[in-house]
Ligand binder design. Structure first.
Ligand SMILES: [Zn+2]
Ligand SMILES: [Zn+2]
Length: 555
């Protein structure tokens, strides 16, 4: 204890009767705690599993007593799309990391696609790092991409510090990030087989069937010929059956023997039919894991209204019975689902093709059109000036309509509510903790076995940090790690309104959802970045304090 008092006077001390601490053997424990962070290094220098009073410390110490609010390690969201540079009108480092910070996420890992250039070359990575400069409110790691023909870029990207790689087995939705074939995967596995990294896959693949009309699937063209109304969610769901996921995962597992030491990972697992295959592969020694997403655990196709394209993502949100299976696996012994992430993947509202009945009485949509409605820095970014070739449909309102969105209903637009034409992707970075906490509470009340707060920390922070080789810095409240702390009031009830969304385009299927549990503060390396209700829409540190993470991965 004595060592605490002899630290420099400017020490930062956070106190609570309930903190989730990481023990030396990496198990998690709920305990009272006094956590001291060095202002010089931003590292946790001491954790005492009891409440030390303010008087224990010198008068100049920053001492914050959080009562019984939970102190958790900042979340590590290992799957977000920040889309900058190149599609900065969809999202950006500034707004995306603000949204993260507002929800207790202290590290995000950016996906290689949807920015232009994509992170498939060293030069592309350098451009992305340049774009990120001075804009990040939380720490940001980066993935590289595997596409046909870029095998020689993979090791240089590892050397430059990418945390892993993602490849698509199906059309990605953007031209500059084409899908890989089996031989491309084998080549990537050869290049990476003895490298401490993670090779990840968007595991959807079209099985050899007769009525496929092509695989241009995240927009415009359905992979399976639609067999019903394009505005009906069930038509979309039927066009991407579980067999797309199982077929792709089978393919990946069949290649795994060529790189037995390489960590393979399935991003955004949706279909529970893939779980037995993954478990069997793991049991036979294949180094493969999976993640699922907040939306697969908290939303179900049974409840998606016609035309509500805010719910479109790929692979799709499936039936409640599928959701049940995902929760069951999360609670299983040695689950193959090791992590839960957001897959935050926004676009402009016009690419979502929301129908009028959802736009009307849906303030977020109007706000998204009206850049003057938000005093925050989002207005730094101009709305898109060019037609989006991705959608092929220009549905932006005229300037006059944009200035007064409440005056008249938006004009009818071709494709509104069309699940096949709308961009696929869900915005939710920073909502993960309330989503998981609320849904687990509800399921628990119904008598089901659900993850507790320790499990939630493991799934969203400890294991995600491990997945990207950052366990030595992130993902725990433990001496020596970064002082990244999420202060969570697990009793506060609130309803998500558009004003609560800090990402750029205020469009999300979570709007209007009632949550139990709210993030009150977020600290990044000992600096308080966010405090709900304070500062500039909660941002209390004046300027972005997040840093790009480019250290070479060693584990
Ligand atoms: Zn994907
Ligand atoms: Zn994604």
């Amino acid at each position: 204890m004595g060592s605490v008092a002899t630290e420099p006077a400017t020490l930062i001390v956070l106190v609570s009767t309930r903190a989730v601490l990481t023990k030396p053997d990496d198990t998690l424990v709920l305990s009272p705690a006094t956590i001291a962070v060095s202002p010089d290094t931003g590292k946790i220098v001491s954790i005492v599993p009891e409440i030390l009073p303010r008087s224990f410390f010198s008068s100049s110490t920053t001492y914050v007593d959080h009562g019984s609010k939970l102190l958790l390690p900042g979340l590590v969201d290992a799957h977000v799309h920040l889309n900058e540079p190149g599609r900065t009108e969809w999202e950006g480092f500034n707004t995306g990391t603000k949204a993260a910070a507002s929800g207790g996420v202290t590290t995000v890992v950016d996906m290689p696609l949807n920015a232009i250039p994509p992170t498939t070359t060293l030069a592309g990575f350098q451009e992305k790092l340049k774009a990120a400069q001075g804009q990040c409110w939380v720490d940001v790691g980066f993935y590289g991409g595997v596409i046909p023909g870029n095998a020689d870029e993979l090791i240089p990207l590892v050397e430059a510090g990418v945390r892993g790689f993602k490849g698509f087995l199906i059309e990605s939705g953007v031209d500059e990030f084409p899908a890989v074939s089996s031989s491309d995967i084998e080549l990537a596995m050869q290049k990476l087989k003895d490298t401490p990294t993670t090779l990840m896959f968007h595991a959807e693949m079209i099985p050899p069937i007769t009525d496929s009309v092509g695989d241009d699937v995240l927009h415009s063209e359905p992979p399976l010929a639609p067999k019903g109304e394009l505005t009906s969610y069930s038509t979309f769901l039927e066009s991407r059956p579980p067999s797309f996921e199982t077929y792709a995962i089978e393919e990946i597992i069949s290649l795994a023997h060529t790189a037995p030491n390489l960590h393979l990972h399935i991003v955004h697992l949706s279909a529970i039919q893939a779980i037995p295959m993954l478990k069997a592969a793991r049991a036979s020694g294949v180094n493969i894991t999976a993640e699922t997403c907040f939306h697969y655990l908290g939303l179900a196709s049974d409840n998606i209204p016609d035309g509500d394209t805010r719910h479109k993502c790929c692979p799709p949100i499936r039936e409640m019975t599928n959701q049940d299976g995902l929760w069951e696996e999360l609670s299983a012994e040695d689950s193959c689902i090791k992590t839960v992430v957001s897959d935050h993947s926004p676009c402009t509202p016009e690419l979502k093709l929301l129908p009028e009945h959802i736009q009307n009485g849906h303030e977020s949509h109007d706000e998204a059109y009206c850049s003057c409605s938000d005093s925050d820095s989002e207005s730094e970014f101009a709305r898109p000036q060019i037609k989006h070739s991705d959608s092929g449909i220009d549905v932006r309102p005229q300037a006059s309509e944009r200035l007064n969105p409440f005056k008249t209903a938006p004009p009818a637009v071709e494709g509104q509510g069309d699940f096949f034409a709308a961009w696929g992707g869900i915005s939710s970075v920073g909502l993960g903790l309330p989503i998981l906490h609320t849904t687990a509470l509800e399921r628990g009340r119904a008598g089901e076995k659900v993850p507790d707060i320790l499990d939630i920390v493991r799934l969203t922070s400890q294991a995600t940090a491990k997945q990207v080789g950052l366990s030595h810095r992130k993902g725990g409240l433990k001496v020596g790690l970064d002082g990244d702390v999420c202060v969570f009031d697990d009793a506060e009830e609130w309803t998500l309104k558009s004003g609560d969304m800090r990402w750029k385009n205020k469009c999300s299927p979570w709007e209007g959802k009632r949550f139990i549990g709210r993030v009150r503060e977020t600290w990044v390396r000992g600096q308080k970045v966010f405090e709900y209700g304070q500062g500039q829409r909660g941002f209390v540190c004046g300027k972005p304090v997040g840093l790009p993470i480019t250290e070479k991965r060693t584990v």
